[in-house]
Design a protein. Structure first.
Length: 540
């Protein structure tokens, strides 16, 4: 089909051409087409009779959006659940930071679809939304405590939505924001490999950063945050996203050397440094962090053993059948699973050398990784006016505001309404949800009243196999499954009465994304329907 190159002095070089006929794209259909070559592709979408064109890949990890779930005005990534507006390309749900390009579309009287795209957008497949410039005359100061996904997205959204005042990010971390979920998968990560933005990004956009600096107390009346370096920072509005702290059990010997928790980049690097070909590694805990760390260690050390209190890994979150199959994935690789047991004590002189188990047996261990859940980094709020629950989480409303006006909280520490649960508050420590909390907090800090519309979505990758989960399955009463479990092409539906409340998938994309989008749009899925069509319910 025809194309031309053109230049615009303000926008650089463009490519434009006819890519298809309008009739080629069905209603609520998507198609990847060539613009000027096999190298330059665009995604064409038709919805409500209108045709849009946008980038083909998710800005997070490059998943093909054409394989995702087309919702009401947006596409959800099939891999990790990020959502992009089909008209603007703007990111609307997460994970990820960047939007995708959107392209100009013209439908000619003869029904040809003509697309015009900037060459730089075609090459990048992602874009940063325009950021406001710091204005010294704007005396408002917004402070963010925490540099995880919630904190960074909050900072970026504030600038993208036009906030030009002083913007300060305070973090106990040594490093600027990084991709924390990679730590358990890649214990040898380095700051440059997993940083979310380069250091000059913060300077360019007027985001002041204070690293290795903890919040120690908060005075909400005076609007002052006290820091571990002795400073008192005044704020107009405050977002708290301090995250969680790995749990360390109160057991004899737990303070011996080479017994690690995993939360920070330094933690990951310390574990990796302790690994050697003759090391015997024990992972205590059979959920996500523990199993991901075990998978990384396997093949690099003499032996890896996972100790878990349940019968199979992930039994509480994923159920026994899928948990058993994941366990086999590990044992097939040589990992030893010692289930239905707990650790009684750790033995050794200076370094850990063995572990005593609850059944009275013992086993050698040169390196121990603890994956036993977390507490919450909210100790500094105990003497403040901000309400805390008995577990240390921060209750917030659907705008992420605490009981103190102008003070917001998000990420791991937030006990926040979950849309797909009828706005019932829950504490959920998901990476993508933390991003989303950051955006919602920023909008409300700027008085752009925007409620949460959260649908949980998370994933893990184990020995190269991706598992996805959407919804909130706590309290499920039954599981309906389909597909081939042994071949790892399988889906589990977690049901409460006749309603599906969550889904776990492996090798059956885009079911998790389709279910998440269904819930986002206020829909529901019946147990009867998935019993009849476990793999195909979304196709009609």
């Amino acid at each position: 089909m025809g194309l031309t190159n053109c230049k615009d002095r303000s926008h650089g070089e463009f490519v434009e051409g006819v890519v298809c006929k309008a009739s080629d794209i069905p209603e609520n259909g998507m198609q990847v087409v060539n613009l000027d070559s096999e190298d330059n592709k665009v995604l064409v979408v038709k919805q409500n009779g209108q045709i849009c064109a946008m980038g083909t890949k998710c800005s997070h990890y490059g998943a093909p959006l054409v394989n995702g779930a087309l919702g009401n005005g947006r596409i959800r990534c099939p891999w990790h659940g990020a959502c992009f507006n089909i008209k603007t390309g703007d990111i609307e749900d997460f994970p990820g930071l960047d939007s995708v390009p959107s392209y100009q579309v013209e439908v000619t009287p003869s029904g040809d679809v003509k697309v015009k795209a900037k060459k730089s957008d075609l090459a990048a497949q992602k874009r940063l939304k325009r950021m406001a410039v710091r204005d010294p005359n704007n005396k408002n100061t917004f402070v963010i405590v925490g540099s995880g996904a919630a904190g960074l997205v909050c900072a970026e959204t504030l600038r993208q939505e036009g906030f030009s005042g002083k913007l300060v990010m305070v973090t106990a971390e040594k490093y600027l924001p990084y991709d924390r979920i990679k730590l358990s998968k890649f214990l040898d990560s380095t700051p440059d490999k997993i940083q979310l933005r380069p250091a000059d990004f913060y300077k360019e956009h007027g985001i002041e950063t204070m690293t290795e600096c903890k919040a120690t107390s908060l005075d909400t009346e005076a609007k002052k945050l006290k820091l571990s370096n002795g400073d008192n920072v005044s704020y107009s509005s405050l977002f708290i996203a301090t995250g969680s702290i790995p749990r360390r059990p109160d057991l004899a010997g737990v303070t011996l050397n080479n017994i690690f928790t995993l939360r920070s980049l330094d933690d990951a690097n310390a574990i990796n440094k302790a690994l050697s070909p003759d090391a015997e590694v024990v992972v205590y805990g059979s959920s996500f962090i523990g199993m991901e760390a075990a998978a990384f260690c396997n093949g690099k050390v003499k032996k890896v053993t996972v100790i878990g209190r349940s019968a199979v890994p992930f039994s509480e979150s994923l159920g026994s059948d899928l948990g058993r199959r994941i366990g086999k994935l590990f044992t097939d690789k040589g990992v030893v699973l010692k289930m239905n047991t707990t650790v009684k004590s750790f033995k050794g002189d200076k370094n850990v050398s063995s572990i005593e188990l609850s059944d009275g047996s013992s086993m050698p261990a040169n390196v121990v990784i603890l994956g036993l859940g977390s507490t919450f980094a909210t100790e500094f709020l105990k003497e403040s006016s901000v309400n805390l629950t008995s577990t240390g989480t921060v209750p917030v409303n659907k705008f992420l505001e605490t009981n103190c006006p102008g003070v917001y909280a998000g990420g791991d520490i937030a006990e926040a309404p979950v849309f797909s649960l009828g706005d019932k508050p829950q504490q959920i420590g998901h990476w993508g949800l933390a991003h989303y909390h950051g955006r919602i907090a920023a909008l409300n800090m700027m008085s752009h009243s925007t409620p949460l519309k959260a649908v949980p979505f998370f994933w893990t990758m184990l020995f190269g196999t991706s598992f996805r989960y959407a919804g909130y399955g706590a309290g499920y009463s039954d599981i309906v499954s389909g597909g081939d479990l042994e071949a790892l092409k399988y889906v589990c539906y977690y049901c409460k009465d006749d309603k599906v409340i969550a889904v776990a998938t492996v090798g059956t994309d885009p079911i998790a994304a389709q279910f998440a989008e269904l819930l986002t749009n206020g829909g529901s899925l019946s147990k009867k329907r998935v019993s009849e069509e476990p793999l195909d319910w979304y196709k009609r």
